[in-house]
Design a protein around this ligand. Structure first.
Ligand code: DON
Length: 312
């Protein structure tokens, strides 16, 4: 295992290597507001047990966290209804694109896992129950601000509206699930909560800070405040590893070897259990909708630091 003092150099070198890359993937444009993001950006932040952040590139630029938000809504939904969540959503990799509808028909409206869009709609439904949409969103935002230790985090309303105006597939998924009685709340409320939590804007530094509870057995750091139980943190990490990159999850495990969750804004949140939480961002995506340079950067970082959970 490489010493952590090699980390600052690794972060600086990888950030420099990424700034020189020409094949950066394609920025998501199916949400029009995301299509205008400059693809020449790259940020990397690593937060250690003592709360220190090692950052490179555009680590302080806020971007649309998109599906990374599902890690936080999964944490909240489990906090609200515990293991009965698994009656509403499965925990197997889907092997399908994040917005696929085909599997829902075979599986009677029960989403394969919490990170595909259908699964995240089920999470939004759980969080929404007993609340108005505004309150449910407030709860999600409060939780993220709490774990990130940052009250400045907010929703990008332009992205939320853009998503709402073009989210025909998500509307189809939600209606389909509702037809199987797999949603308890009105479809438009569930979609509203989902679109808005995907539109939260955060930087790599803020996201890496927020994920400390997953890296350190449910606590902000080895000696920090408790957010969730160690067992729950371990299980969320397992789902990130197996399902966090949709139909690219196997390749991410093969190349990077740590739990991670991507978003179509180009961010990837990753967890090195017991050592660090990491966030990388580059807006250009690969064919599976995962950040192209983000994955390459994490592969290099994990290899240099000996961080793969599968061994050196
Ligand atoms: O539902 C959507 O299409 C987006 N709000 C989230 C998709 C996403 O980030 C998938 N991740 N790679």
């Amino acid at each position: 295992m490489a010493a952590l003092d090699g980390l600052e150099q690794a972060v600086a070198e990888i950030s420099a290597e990424m700034s020189g890359q020409t094949d950066r993937g394609k920025v998501a444009d199916y949400i029009p507001q995301l299509g205008g993001v400059n693809p020449d950006q790259f940020g990397l932040a690593v937060v250690l047990a003592d709360g220190r952040a090692i950052c490179g590139g555009d680590a302080d630029t806020a971007f649309s966290i998109q599906s990374i938000s599902k890690v936080f809504t999964l944490t909240l939904a489990l906090g609200k209804i515990g293991d009965s969540l698994w009656r509403r959503v499965g925990r197997e990799p889907s092997g399908n694109p994040f917005n696929s509808i085909v599997q829902l028909e075979y599986e009677h409206g029960k989403p394969r896992n919490p990170f595909i869009n259908a699964g995240a709609l089920a999470l939004a439904d759980v969080i929404l129950s007993g609340h108005r949409p505004r309150e449910a969103l407030g709860e999600i935002l409060r939780f993220i601000r709490h774990v990130a230790d940052d009250d400045g985090i907010s929703i990008d309303q332009g992205v939320a509206i853009s998503e709402q105006e073009t989210g025909f597939r998500n509307a189809a998924l939600a209606n389909y699930m509702r037809s199987y009685a797999m949603l308890d709340n009105p479809v438009e409320f569930v979609l509203g909560v989902y679109f808005h939590h995907c539109a939260i804007a955060m930087s790599c530094r803020q996201l890496a800070m927020a994920a400390r509870y997953l890296a350190f057995s449910g606590r902000h750091g080895p000696d920090g405040r408790t957010v969730i139980s160690p067992e729950r943190a371990r299980r969320i990490n397992a789902i990130m590893l197996t399902c966090g990159h949709y139909d690219g999850s196997g390749d991410f495990a093969f190349r990077v070897g740590i739990p991670g969750k991507s978003g179509v804004g180009g961010g990837i949140l990753a967890v090195v259990p017991g050592r660090a939480s990491v966030c990388v961002w580059s807006p250009g995506l690969d064919d599976n909708g995962n950040s192209r340079l983000g994955k390459i950067a994490l592969e290099r970082l994990s290899r240099r630091m000996g961080w793969s959970v599968f061994g050196a």
